[in-house]
Design a protein around this ligand. Structure first.
Ligand SMILES: [Zn+2]
Length: 299
């Protein structure tokens, strides 16, 4: 079954598929094993900034590491954030990255045109959709702006929520999906990315406050499975509310990355075990999808 059908099934079942980011290659094995041992389903993901600012190496290195451990009943490989303009305001040759991912066998891809004006975001996303759909691969896009990756945040989290800065506009979401034919949409409604700059990446994330009513309006407009970026630092109750309101995929980066980095600093060898335990805990208690593999993948 293709990833697109699995995410649609998740939306019908009112559960969310977690996508675990892999900023360090040794995190791959324990995350895959945790998903398998919980007999559920998850995506393994890498974003461009994780091979530039962290240690995942390259898209090909992640693909190779994935191939050593993965089997398709429980996991698939996803390409996260390929920005058109990145967090440091640099232009990116996004189509070249997407084409490379398709050749390597990534099973879903994300294009992030959220730093562009609406029409340019539509244009870039539509190009990626054309290339990916020709290869039978679904596309996630972003509308609105999930902040937090910037090295020097322009405003505090309190200000973002109070002013609804970057929040996805429900009517624009409807137009965007219609015009781009993207399969999943990453939306902003109070969620925030974890820090990635060296100075801030150890900081604990703020406890996010999601605007569930706003999410419901986006969902009514967009009519496709919605994606929550910045999935770390959200309480289980709030996460479950968001899932009931239309979130069908959740990106998890900071949570398991910080577990790994902290353990590496104190104990060395136990870092991968810590990632394994934390991933199982998230699947069981936070996402509550243990034992769901058969239901998600049944024809
Ligand atoms: Zn993101």
């Amino acid at each position: 079954m293709r990833t697109n059908e699995i995410v649609k099934r998740a939306a019908e079942l009112k559960i969310a598929i977690p996508a675990f980011n892999i900023p360090y290659l040794p995190m791959m094995e324990p995350v895959v094993r945790a998903v398998e041992d919980e007999d559920t389903f998850g995506l393994l993901a890498v974003a461009r900034l994780e091979w530039i600012k962290f240690e995942s190496g390259s898209m090909a290195a992640v693909r190779h590491e994935y191939g050593r451990f993965a089997e398709s009943k429980h996991v698939r490989l996803h390409l996260d954030h390929i920005p058109v303009i990145d967090e440091d305001d640099e232009r990116v040759d996004y189509l070249a990255h997407i084409r490379e991912a398709l050749e390597l066998g990534y099973e879903s891809v994300m294009i992030d045109g959220s730093r562009l004006p609406f029409d340019e975001n539509v244009e870039a996303t539509a190009r990626v959709v054309e290339a990916a759909h020709t290869a039978g691969v679904p596309v996630e896009a972003e509308l609105g702006a999930v902040l937090g990756h910037e090295a020097e945040p322009s405003m505090s989290y309190e200000e973002i929520v109070a002013t609804r800065t970057g929040f996805t506009d429900p009517e624009e979401a409807a137009r965007f999906v219609h015009e781009t034919r993207c399969d999943w949409l990453s939306v902003a409604f109070g969620n925030i990315h974890g820090h990635v700059s060296k100075a801030l990446r150890d900081k604990e994330k703020v406890a996010a406050r999601l605007d569930i009513e706003h999410l419901e309006r986006i969902r009514a407009g967009a009519q496709v499975p919605l994606v929550l970026h910045g999935g770390s630092g959200i309480s289980t109750a709030m996460m479950q509310d968001a899932i009931r309101a239309g979130i069908a995929k959740v990106n998890v980066g900071t949570d398991i990355r910080q577990v790994y980095e902290r353990k590496l600093r104190e104990a060395g060898g136990a870092a991968r075990d810590a990632v394994y335990e934390r991933t199982r805990e998230l699947l069981r208690e936070h996402f509550r999808i243990s034992g769901m593999a058969d239901r998600l993948l049944a024809r």
